[in-house]
Design a protein around this ligand. Structure first.
Ligand SMILES: Nc1ncnc2c1ncn2[C@@H]1O[C@H](COP(=O)(O)OP(=O)(O)O)[C@@H](O)[C@H]1O
Ligand SMILES: CC(C)(COP(=O)(O)O)[C@@H](O)C(=O)NCCC(=O)O
Ligand SMILES: [K+]
Length: 249
């Protein structure tokens, strides 16, 4: 079986495929290397022999995870690496190796699925937007704080903004002006996210008229799905690109 990993700044997304490389067996989201190993060891239900991964973590952290995987499962590991060009997409960064690899893979996946111009929006620790034209040229993108960062900055840099996760979840039942701190913060941050999305859409229309696809990915994609009814919510977009960048023979 094949293990696929997307190591973000907050969470590791994992997925196990049959050896055919297409049939999903199981997947999940974990907060640490140890939790990943525990999920994969659970009942020894996976016979892993290959692994492909993408990481935006430090080289040390990624090396350490790879060593643990090799030790625990004896898998051979292939990592996604930066490229100037791949699968018809041209990296638009001046220093292409500095573009986040999760962004790069999501773009490869998006361009492949759209067969044309696409706007890829990723809602993780950070929120990112990337523009790929019909000719595969990446125009560049934007990075801003995601929901967890916005919320935590307010919590840690003010004295009187304090609330728990259950209250936060409840606050999202509506977008009316908040009448309690938790509502004011959660809904305020949500409106910032939505405003960001609408601005990206406007920009995409200026470039491409109506001829483009929008992909929403990342753990918080569902928070904004309502703002772009025509968007494809694609939680596995990074994995689509990962399979393209790291074929396992
Ligand atoms: N099962 C889950 N476990 C953890 N976070 C989740 C889960 N489902 C959705 N989320 C949301 O996803 C966000 C993290 O998104 P993710 O794309 O995993 O970030 P990153 O790639 O930066 O680690 C969290 O803020 C959380 O709200
Ligand atoms: C922008 C990111 C922090 C997003 O990470 P994530 O929120 O998915 O954990 C990551 O893609 C990254 O570290 N990029 C390098 C900087 C850049 O893309 O310009
Ligand atoms: K990510």
């Amino acid at each position: 079986m094949i293990l696929e990993l997307d190591c973000g700044n907050s969470f590791i997304k994992w997925r196990v495929l049959r050896s055919d490389g297409v049939t999903p067996v199981e997947g999940g989201v974990v907060g640490s290397d140890d939790d990943l190993l525990a999920s994969l060891n659970d009942g020894q239900k996976f016979q892993l022999n290959k692994c492909r991964l993408v990481s935006v973590r430090t080289l040390e952290e990624t090396d350490s995870l790879v060593s643990s995987l090799v030790k625990a499962f004896g898998v051979s590991v292939v990592r996604a690496v930066p490229a100037r060009e791949m699968a018809g997409v041209t990296n638009g960064y001046e220093e292409y190796e500095r573009l986040g690899l999760d962004r790069w893979l999501a773009m490869l996946g998006g361009f492949h699925l759209a067969s044309g111009a696409c706007l890829v929006l990723d809602f993780g620790t950070a929120v990112t937007a990337d523009f790929v034209g019909a000719d595969g040229k990446h125009l560049g993108g934007f990075i801003c704080p995601g929901m967890p960062l916005m919320r935590n900055q307010l919590r840690t840099h003010t004295r009187r903004i304090r609330y728990d996760d259950t209250a936060a979840e409840r606050a999202h039942e509506s977008l009316a002006p908040g009448r309690a701190t938790v509502e004011a913060v959660e809904r305020g941050c949500m409106l910032m996210l939505r405003g960001f999305v609408l601005t990206q859409l406007e920009l995409a229309r200026q470039y491409w008229g109506e001829s483009f696809e929008v992909f929403l990915t990342g753990g918080d994609a569902n928070l904004v799905a309502g703002v772009v009814p025509n968007a494809k919510v694609a939680p596995d977009l990074v994995f689509v690109g990962l399979a393209m960048a790291c074929p396992l023979s």
